[in-house]
Design a protein around this ligand. Structure first.
Ligand code: ADP
Ligand code: ADP
Length: 211
């Protein structure tokens, strides 16, 4: 099954994608994670992306297209979940071309619906493990006690000024893609509020219906 997990920054895409990977064998392809790894390793892509990510801007479409298409090709075309891609109309159109060329159509675009006040809470209290990238939330999903506290950090782009810009960018450039996928008959809106496991059950139900 080929799925897009869609929604604003902090909606819970990564959290849910990792659960779907564990429980349903769908490979998570998160362009944000790929970009952060490239930045950490100071690869040419990482160096190019850095200034955009730090400001909360989108990395140029051509750069992300290559990362996403290579990642899909590496993992295989059958079972994946796109987390954070596509994020612009151009990226969505390229993805549609990719689907056609490879005869690998997307089955659904699941859009997590989360109000702004919840988003701001989730992003301001998001913490990540420096090495594994595992995501926590200070209140709802705190790091276990046996995890070294020094390894738990806040992403630079989760600080308030950058968060504001990321939300504006989401509204202007990414949210319109809901219409694009609605037009293709692929959009499924899912309530993204409530416990992590409740949101998971809702998504799982949608995927069961598609299977
Ligand atoms: P979040 O999980 O909060 O939505 P991500 O980890 O997906 O954030 O993305 C972090 C940053 O990486 C984005 O703010 C953007 O700069 C860059 N990025 C990730 N995916 C894309 C994409 N599809 N197009 C352009 N930039 C991207
Ligand atoms: P995204 O990938 O969409 O940016 P994340 O999966 O990283 O979002 O989640 C953002 C923050 O919110 C993280 O701190 C995560 O632990 C927390 N979180 C995710 N889903 C929920 C939920 N249903 N209830 C409470 N906190 C959540």
């Amino acid at each position: 099954m080929r799925i897009i997990l869609f929604g604003p920054p902090g909606a819970g895409k990564g959290t849910q994608a990792r659960r779907l990977e564990r429980n349903r064998g769908l490979e998570q392809i998160a362009t944000g994670d790929i970009i952060r790894t490239a930045m950490k390793n100071e690869t040419p892509v990482g160096l190019e992306a850095k200034s955009y990510v730090e400001k909360g801007e989108l990395v140029p479409d051509e750069v992300v297209r290559k990362l996403a298409e290579n990642a899909i090709a590496e993992r295989g075309l059958d079972d994946f979940i796109l987390d954070g891609y596509p994020r612009t109309t151009q990226q969505a159109e390229w993805l549609t071309e990719f689907e056609e060329k490879n005869e690998a159509p997307i089955h659904a675009c699941i859009s997590l619906q989360v109000p702004d006040d919840v988003i701001v809470d989730r992003l301001s209290k998001r913490r990540v493990h420096r090495q594994t990238g595992t995501t926590y939330h200070l209140d709802h999903n705190p790091p276990p006690e046996d995890v070294d506290a020094d390894m738990i950090i806040q992403r630079d782009d989760d600080r308030p000024a950058t968060v504001r810009n990321r939300l504006n960018v989401y509204r202007e450039e990414t949210q319109p893609l809901e219409d694009y996928y609605e037009g293709r008959g692929l959009l499924v809106r899912v309530d993204g509020t409530g416990d992590i496991k409740d949101v998971y059950q809702r998504i799982n139900g949608v995927l069961d219906d598609l299977a």
